[in-house]
Design a protein around this ligand. Structure first.
Ligand SMILES: [Zn+2]
Length: 218
């Protein structure tokens, strides 16, 4: 049964059919996007496949069959900066509603929706809220998931925590400075680290290498 749940992560990004579009319960949308992050977006490419696989999920006991990621030594080390204890409501006025929902309500953007998916230039990816640098472009790769993906963050610049939102345990990560949610990390990335840092594009800004980083927001 579990073998049937193995992902097919290497195809192109596909939009789901209309089954789970507007009008559906938000919790179901969260589950759909979360499972897509784990198993790849092709998992949901048609309604029949999706329903078959959801039946498979229902048939197995609610045990954590995806285990929390054991991160590499330099993946998410001690926080290198003092946390910015800024009230969430203050961030709301500085961000678009979509970015606020991702960063401070742990929403997930639609796969394939971010322009950063196709960004390949040299530069730095910073937190869209506080501008803290989180990823370098040399660690970005095309995972086929539909979200900007990295093999590792800048050491010590993100924090992680277990996420029990679904029946399987995942590892959430966030900006170590402002606490803004970025994405989830999975242990199916390329060698040598084997990590896939699956990020919401709305939670990042890209700064070209030739340009100065913007000042940190306080
Ligand atoms: Zn931040």
């Amino acid at each position: 049964m579990i073998q049937d749940l193995q992902p097919d992560r290497h195809g192109s990004v596909n939009r789901a059919d209309g089954l789970f579009r507007s009008g559906q319960k938000d919790s179901f949308r969260v589950m759909k996007l979360s499972i897509a992050k784990n198993y790849g977006w092709k998992y949901f490419m048609n309604r029949r496949t999706f329903l078959q696989r959801m039946s498979a999920f229902a048939a197995i006991p609610a045990i954590p069959f995806v285990f929390p990621v054991q991160l590499g030594a330099s993946g998410a080390g001690p926080v290198a900066i003092a946390p910015l204890n800024k009230p969430k409501e203050t961030w709301r006025g500085l961000l678009t509603p979509e970015a606020y929902r991702v960063l401070f309500e742990e929403d997930t953007e639609e796969p394939g929706s971010s322009e950063l998916n196709s960004e390949t230039r040299a530069g730095t990816y910073i937190c869209a809220a506080c501008h803290w640098p989180l990823f370098e472009s040399q660690n970005k790769y095309e995972s086929g998931s539909g979200w900007p993906s990295f093999t590792q963050p800048i050491s010590g610049h993100v924090g992680t925590k277990p996420d029990y939102q679904l029946i399987f345990l995942r590892t959430e990560y966030h900006c170590a400075r402002c606490g803004g949610h970025q994405g989830h990390v999975f242990k199916d990335g390329p060698p040598p680290r084997g990590e896939r840092w699956c990020n919401n594009g709305l939670a990042l800004k890209f700064v070209l290498q030739a340009e100065p980083l913007p000042p940190l927001r306080s």
